[in-house]
Design a protein around this ligand. Structure first.
Ligand SMILES: Nc1ncnc2c1ncn2[C@@H]1O[C@H](COP(=O)(O)OP(=O)(O)OP(=O)(O)O)[C@@H](O)[C@H]1O
Length: 246
């Protein structure tokens, strides 16, 4: 279980500030695949980074299985995360990255070879990451999240760049993790995928949560999730302009 308690985060100066999180509270349940939705620049990544302990909120706190990650004795066992497709050393091979990560995280029991097999990366495991396609980097990121066999998982837009086989594979993996009891949180823009596979949905807008619940609850009287999203975020139907978060 992952909890957000009144998370607030502002970027920039007082004159040009963006406040993607203005007191966000939510409980992300176990055994649940929750998708976080929102327009570009709304604050999805900021929320996931605060929940993962990668970014310090200005106020509020995040708890993973009731603990602050920074104080947990074995954080890799509590939370696996993949937040940035560019967050790899370009000169390292996939195999070296996973070995390094396991050592950094103090995880001894992990089989890097099994992770490479599970994520379909064996054929490119010894190539430098700088030569990986986006889909290969996504697979390596997902393998990275699995290093500690974690109880909770957070992924930021992991399906971008995956081919059809990759999408089917990741869809199955996310379902398996949730069905095994894990709390799984994924940021995505893929409404069709979310509508078909999510257990829960959370929509961010204007610094806060404007809707959350099961897909049926969030869809409500609307024809589909897209219409429900537009009803909650009317500017989605306007010109496709990136705006500051708040
Ligand atoms: N390191 C940073 N420095 C300054 N501003 C930032 C930083 N990180 C995020 N922001 C700002 O915070 C807001 C939210 O950004 P965030 O990356 O969380 O949005 P997002 O919903 O994940 O967007 P996208 O869908 O485009 O990935 C934006 O206004 C962004 O410019």
């Amino acid at each position: 279980m992952i909890e957000a308690h009144a998370l607030t985060r502002t970027f920039g100066t007082r004159r040009r500030a963006a406040t993607p999180l203005a007191g966000v509270s939510h409980v992300f349940a176990d055994r649940t695949l929750t998708y976080v939705l929102g327009l570009n620049g709304t604050g999805k990544s900021t929320l996931l980074r605060c929940l993962s302990g990668v970014l310090r909120p200005d106020s509020g706190r995040a708890l993973v299985d009731g603990r602050e990650l920074a104080r947990a004795p074995a954080p890799a066992r509590l939370l696996g995360m993949y937040l940035d497709a560019d967050g790899f050393h370009p000169g390292h091979s996939g195999r070296r990255h996973l070995r390094w990560l396991a050592a950094q995280s103090g995880v001894r029991a992990v089989s890097v070879e099994a992770l490479l097999r599970r994520t379909g990366l064996e054929a490119v495991a010894d190539r430098p990451v700088r030569g990986y396609s986006l889909g290969m980097r996504q697979r390596l990121g997902i393998a990275s999240a699995l290093v500690g066999n974690p109880r909770n998982v957070i992924l930021d837009e992991p399906m971008n760049g995956l081919d059809v086989a990759g999408v089917l594979w990741l869809r199955g993996l996310l379902r398996e993790w949730a069905d095994e009891g894990r709390c799984v949180i994924v940021a995505s823009h893929n409404l069709a995928e979310i509508e078909a596979t999510a257990d829960a949905v959370l929509i961010l807008e204007g610094g806060g949560i404007v809707a959350h619940g099961t897909v049926d609850e969030v869809r409500g009287p609307h024809a589909d999730l897209e219409q429900a999203f537009i009803a909650r975020v009317p500017r989605a139907a306007g010109a496709p302009r990136v705006r500051e978060a708040a």
